[in-house]
Design a binder for this molecule. Structure first.
Ligand code: IMP
Ligand code: MG
Length: 177
């Protein structure tokens, strides 16, 4: 099987993750414990790398959502599959996403996580398809802005394929079946 063409190499990802971790560590230096909430499944690789590069006290939580999607087009309707297990009330929270496309998922997550009354809530995504935004969401930390393409690897999939690729690759129209 052909490997997807490289959009962002493993080396560039590693460099950017280190930069983001330094920025986040500086921003939260005097705030105490930070709760990182990884959005399953796509963020598991990014979260693992980011969490280990941080120099501040941090704990890990996961939340799982699914967007009703047909192939590679999200419908905008988001469903909660698994809520966070730990208590986030009065704690500083950072949502860690793999990619923000239409923005519906992140908007939904901000809604439900805010209702748990955290001390603060910010958002971090490795990839941002800025031109695909359908709803306004504040993203505090962005790894790479990308165009309107379907990407895989480093946790992201196309129909569950290619999550374990070490780089971000582009799914070509030929592969979309
Ligand atoms: P949203 O459209 O911003 O709600 O994005 C929803 C979700 O769709 C993301 O969290 C990803 O799981 C998935 N997604 C969007 N674009 C891509 C892509 O290019 N590759 C893989 N997953 C994607
Ligand atoms: Mg995701």
């Amino acid at each position: 099987m052909n490997q997807p063409p490289v959009l962002i190499s493993a080396e560039r990802i590693a460099d950017r993750v280190r930069e983001l971790a330094a920025e986040i560590s500086a921003d939260y230096a005097d705030k105490g414990d930070l709760v990182l909430i990884g959005v399953l499944k796509g963020s598991f690789v990014f979260l693992a790398d980011l969490a280990r590069e941080l120099t501040i006290p941090r704990t890990i939580e996961f939340i799982a959502v699914s967007s009703y999607a047909t192939g590679s087009k999200s419908s905008g309707a988001v469903r909660l599959i698994m809520d966070v297990r730990g208590n986030i009330e009065n704690r500083h929270v950072l949502i860690v996403e793999d990619i923000v496309d239409s923005g519906h998922t992140l908007a939904y997550l901000l809604g439900i996580l805010s209702s748990h009354r955290p001390a603060s809530i910010r958002t971090c995504t490795l990839l941002h398809k800025a031109e695909c935004a359908e709803v306004e969401v504040d993203i505090d930390y962005v790894g790479f802005p990308i165009g309107d393409e379907w990407v895989v690897g480093y946790g992201l999939d196309y129909a569950e394929r290619d999550r374990t690729l070490p780089y971000i690759g582009i799914v070509t129209p030929d592969d979309r079946r």
